[in-house]
Design a protein around this ligand. Structure first.
Ligand code: ZN
Length: 432
């Protein structure tokens, strides 16, 4: 997971914030963790400059054009006088926050916008995989609003920032301190590309599709969700002066670095709040209120091994996972002790017992002065005797979902959608 550190030492502290950084470095405190106000010159001296383009890259993968761009970012982040810091970043829509320039949202439009793109042939043998990652990631953001993405394969042989027949291009790079970086809607065409570093292909649990989901969020104008927190280490770039939360902060957002106290444990994926934020800016509908749109339906969850998915009253359930904490499963119940000759098995209180045999020696368990105590009955189970043997019912647990006493409720199907089971998974139909 460690990113390569080829950058000059002066840049090392800021580089810790890049998307390539290892989560375990997450508590590293930068020089301004205690002094929140470096001078602009001090701040500029640590900014990473992308050699190819001369762009400043801050907060991992956010490109800024020229010293003016860096200055505006600095003012937004550290400035205290309202006029300057209000000018750059900071309107929050739902759980996403959108970049602003001079007080106006930095978004595409107004009106219908088709964001066309090509994928550079220089991806070589990975070209198909890159095209597929972009297809899947753009599909996740597509909510049939006024902005859509369209791949233009004819432009792949000419896929660089000088190509004005597409809105942006996707290109490989290497040796960068980030996995990938994108741009914002106001970025001029000459810088309007998604650069994908070689190391992004080898960064589990993150997939190329996951990285592209995050980068496309920037392409749409969305800022880092973790920037809304003021209690993070320096390298997570808190911006305490300019966030204006309207709804709940979303630590699982696709725009939240997981290693900056995020809640997502796997790949970068869109949350309902991300979808709602997208819809609030660009219109359309979140196709899936729960689950992920797979191109046809909304995938909610796979039933874990040992459970069965089912739908009841249109809601999504699994049967609980059953196991024997005492005894051995016979397929249905837990056999604790087979019938013992010369004794009688019985249940008393919360224990399983046999009577004491004529020879006075308990076959199993301890003599309690009257009988042979074999086992306690585990909480949540029942003890019983069958064919002379001692049994308990299995314990039940919900590996996913919430137990209702019988089964595990994984998700309530939203109004207007249908829940269904397919291939061991739980789904809902999408919005139409
Ligand atoms: Zn980012």
């Amino acid at each position: 997971m460690h990113h390569r550190t080829r950058a000059p030492i002066a840049a090392a502290l800021l580089l810790a914030s890049l998307i390539g950084c290892a989560p375990e470095s997450g508590d590293h405190a930068g020089p301004w963790a205690t002094d929140p106000s470096p001078t602009f010159e001090e701040f500029a001296a640590t900014a990473y400059v992308e050699p190819e383009t001369g762009l400043y890259i801050v907060d991992g993968d956010v490109p800024l054009v020229g010293v003016e761009g860096l200055r505006a970012y600095y003012d937004a982040r550290f400035g205290t006088s309202g006029a300057e810091h209000d000018g750059h970043i900071g309107t929050v829509h739902h759980a996403l926050s959108v970049h602003t320039v001079n007080g106006a949202d930095d978004v595409w439009g107004p009106g219908l916008v088709e964001l066309t793109y090509c994928v550079h042939r220089a991806f070589g043998q990975r070209h198909r995989a890159m095209v597929e990652a972009m297809r899947a990631a753009t599909a996740d953001w597509d909510h049939r609003g006024r902005v859509s993405f369209r791949y233009v394969p004819e432009e792949d042989p000419y896929c660089d920032p000088s190509n004005d027949r597409v809105v942006f291009n996707v290109q490989p790079t290497s040796g960068q301190p980030y996995y990938a970086r994108a741009f914002l809607p106001s970025t001029p065409r000459v810088y309007r590309n998604i650069l994908v570093d070689e190391q992004a292909w080898h960064a589990p649990p993150y997939t190329m599709t996951g990285f592209m989901r995050h980068e496309l969020g920037h392409v749409l104008g969305f800022r880092h969700e973790h920037a809304r927190r003021a209690d993070l280490p320096y390298h997570c770039a808190p911006e305490p002066n300019d966030h204006r939360p309207l709804t709940a902060y979303d630590p699982a957002s696709v725009m939240h670095y997981p290693w900056c106290h995020g809640a997502a444990s796997g790949d970068f994926t869109l949350t309902l709040s991300d979808r709602e934020g997208m819809v609030s800016v660009y219109g359309g509908e979140a196709r899936c209120i729960i689950g992920d749109y797979d191109g046809h339906n909304c995938f909610v969850a796979q039933a874990p091994a040992g459970t069965e998915p089912f739908v009841w009253q249109n809601d999504l359930y699994i049967t609980p996972y059953e196991y024997c904490s005492v005894g051995v499963s016979d397929g249905i119940n837990c056999l604790v002790l087979e019938a013992q000759p010369g004794t009688e098995s019985f249940v008393w209180g919360i224990g399983l017992y046999t009577t004491r045999p004529a020879n006075g020696v308990c076959p199993v368990g301890d003599y309690d002065g009257h009988n042979c105590f074999v086992s306690y009955i585990p909480p949540g189970t029942e003890g019983f005797v069958w064919n002379g043997g001692l049994y308990v019912t299995p314990r039940r647990t919900c590996p996913i979902g919430l137990g209702d006493g019988h089964n595990c409720l994984v998700a309530r199907t939203p109004e207007g959608m249908d829940g269904f089971v397919w291939g061991g998974g739980l789904y809902t139909t999408p919005h139409h």
